[in-house]
Write a protein that binds this ligand. Sequence first.
Ligand SMILES: [Zn+2]
Length: 276
Amino acid sequence: MEKKISTYLFSCIIFFVALVLLSSPVTSQEVEDESEFDYNKYGERGPDRWGELKPEWSACSNGKMQSPIDLLNERVEVVSYLGRLKRSYKPSNATLKNRGHDMMLSFKSEAGSIEINGTEYELKQMHWHSPSEHTLDGFRFDLELHMVHESQDGRAAVVGIMYKIGRPDSFLLSLRDQLEKITGTSEKETPVGVIDPREVKIGSRKYYRYLGSLTTPPCTENVVWTIVRKVRTVTKEQVRLLRVAVHDDSNTNARPRQPINMRTVQLYRPNEKENY
Ligand SMILES: [Zn+2]
């Protein structure tokens, strides 16, 4: 009899554990209010402390596959089987939001998706970091765009594009008036009408692929990263506009590099047969 009860209790526990696991909210989302952490290296809310600030942010300290990383050339495995990045975006209504440490362009309705290994990830939002978070051979660039996508089952895939100072970026040029508008007010968000994500130029088929995490709390892992190999250009003024619009009196919103921990970084390069 006692054995039966304990078996029964055991089944109950398993059931509840399963229920909790299955009903836990999607955690691939970045936090919308970024005022609870900052980028001050020596501060109490700085990147080295993020994992201690909240239990649900513990991956920021304990995670073994955190982002960003350095995409060192000698660590990179050159492959062609990954195939070109399949993007099928469409114009959609968007809102520009000041999250406290960055400007985010958030899509209201379906803005299309990318496909990786047969899984579709829908474009949710994009935001900018300056300087870049990922580095190439130790070199940090001036700006990095993150296009954040999410699959139906809540997994995240981020496409990153790095920029150095040079000619203006046409996509940011098209957002200039809205960015200036939000800079001049204390408003946290402003509707920007229809935005076409296809206007974000990549300009190369080559990209780096690795498994990492969100670079802001909760630092959720198993994020599929795609970093475009080609470094594009942006003007100083465009980088400045993105920074001042945030009003956080900080010069940076780039998380320091994280240990690679034996992870492989792949570089997709098309076969010679496939022409540009
Ligand atoms: Zn980001």
